[in-house]
Design a binder for this molecule. Structure first.
Ligand code: R5P
Length: 303
């Protein structure tokens, strides 16, 4: 059987060889660049006829990435690719999954239908599921979700003495509970009130749990870092030790990472789903395993 061929989207050139090695895939070559007027030029340089194609691209800051992704997918199919699947370690547009105010766009649904029309399958890591419980509710293509919890727990167990894990809100309780169980550490979750994009108030229900422990704040996403900064400050007021801030998806909008360090985080560690200097936990092998499963399945027959 011909080996699959993997193309990196512009974010992910440094990660493609590790994924290709895990998947035993060839690395494809395409030229993707911007014209001076900001339109996208692209040209597929590798022979993809009859081959399974894997795209690697994290979808943080998605609006600038989505057209090049769609155009590359179409060009690959035009050049004869058998199927084109996407490994998107971070999947965007998962938060607006309900109309909170009349007239709001259901962007998670629109984004899912856009990707489902173009791609043949999708692999991602811990999508930010709240009111949608399964990607299949909005994606019509085969999907696989890689869970970061085992790798996060292993990092905590290996690097932190006497940890206490702290989750951002009640909705995270099950997830934090799983990490805590795997890391053999106690955990608690914050009481959180969000008043605006950057205005968050948190409190720890049982501060006595912090005694002689290293707090480890664990969240699936850090975006403005408002939640973690409010928690760091709350811990300072309680005279707890400076916390380690651990997140799966390092979105870090604007100066969020430096703001978090300035607020008093002892260390920031993230999973490598979004390329960032804080990346310290690698999920390449798990992503390759999930993509391998989908590559081994029969192609979806589109109606
Ligand atoms: C909320 O549901 C999430 O788990 C995060 O706590 C939240 O998205 C973090 O956002 P920010 O960094 O902007 O506070």
């Amino acid at each position: 059987m011909t080996r699959p061929i993997i193309f990196a989207l512009p974010c992910c050139d440094n990660q493609v060889s590790a994924l290709a090695a895990e998947l035993d895939a060839a690395i494809g070559d395409a030229e993707v660049r911007r014209f001076p007027d900001f339109e996208t030029y692209l040209r597929v340089l590798s022979d993809v006829r009859g081959r399974e194609v894997v795209l690697l691209g994290s979808l943080d800051r998605p609006d600038a990435k989505i057209l090049p992704l769609i155009f590359l997918t179409r060009a690959l199919k035009q050049e004869g690719a058998k199927r084109v699947g996407l490994v998107a370690p971070y999947l965007a547009y998962m938060r607006q999954d309900r109309q909170f105010k009349s007239g709001e766009g259901l962007t998670s649904v629109y984004f899912a239908s856009l990707l489902s029309r173009e791609l043949d399958w999708l692999v991602t890591v811990d999508p930010h599921l709240h009111r949608i419980h399964d990607l299949r509710e909005i994606y019509s293509i085969p999907t696989r979700v890689v869970h970061a919890a085992p790798a996060v727990a292993a990092w905590v167990a290996a690097h932190v003495k006497q940890p206490i894990l702290i989750g951002p809100d009640e909705e995270s309780e099950q997830w934090i509970g799983e990490i805590a169980k795997l890391a053999k550490a106690p955990f608690t979750v914050l009481t959180k009130v969000r008043r605006g994009d950057r205005d968050v108030q948190v409190s720890i229900p049982q501060p006595q749990l912090l005694q002689d422990r290293t707090p480890v704040l664990v969240d699936d996403i850090v975006s403005t870092a408002g939640t973690m900064i409010a928690t760091v400050k709350h811990l300072q007021a309680l005279k707890a030790a400076a916390p380690i801030c651990l997140a799966v998806h390092a979105i870090f909008a604007g100066n969020a990472a430096s703001d978090l360090t300035a607020a008093g985080a002892a260390k920031i560690v993230t999973v490598n789903t979004v390329v960032h200097p804080s990346n310290g936990i690698d999920l390449t092998a798990a992503l390759a395993a999930a993509a391998g499963e989908l590559l081994a399945t029969a192609p979806l027959v589109r109606g």
